[in-house]
Design a protein around this ligand. Structure first.
Ligand code: MN
Length: 135
């Protein structure tokens, strides 16, 4: 057994850029290579989000602050708020991120290899945002 106390000792907070839109910061909490298992506390600034992607063995997101969205290819975008827990099954293509007027902070438990895809189009993000507001 190994206890991880909030973040990996000595690891700097990471400014995530390549596969994210907007300013996203992540604190590594746990990083195991074999098999790949990571836990990160991720802070999305308003309007920031991941690219489309999937996780080889799935992902669990625990929302701790703010509001945002999780969205799959074939599903409606689900609004997220503190206390929500999202389960993403292995291989399901999706993205997650903040609403445009607030941060979103979640703890991401990511299992297996992450497969990164294309950026979430601004038009799609706007549409999700509008639907979230109406609902
Ligand atoms: Mn994900």
């Amino acid at each position: 057994m190994k206890i991880h106390r909030g973040r990996l000792p000595g690891a700097a907070t990471q400014h995530r850029t390549d596969t994210f839109t907007g300013a996203v910061w992540a604190d590594p909490v746990l990083a195991e290579r074999h098999p790949p298992r990571t836990v990160n506390t991720v802070c999305f600034t308003p309007g920031a989000r991941t690219f489309w992607h999937s996780h080889g063995d799935g992902q669990i997101l625990i929302v701790t602050h703010g509001r945002g969205f999780a969205h799959t290819r074939d599903g409606a975008a689900a609004p997220l708020t503190a206390g929500d827990v999202v389960y993403v099954p292995p291989g399901e293509e999706h993205w997650h991120g903040a609403a445009d007027d607030t941060m979103l902070v979640h703890v991401a438990v990511s299992l297996g290899e992450t497969r990164w895809l294309e950026e979430v189009a601004e038009e799609l993000y706007r549409r999700v945002q509008g639907a979230g507001r109406a609902g």
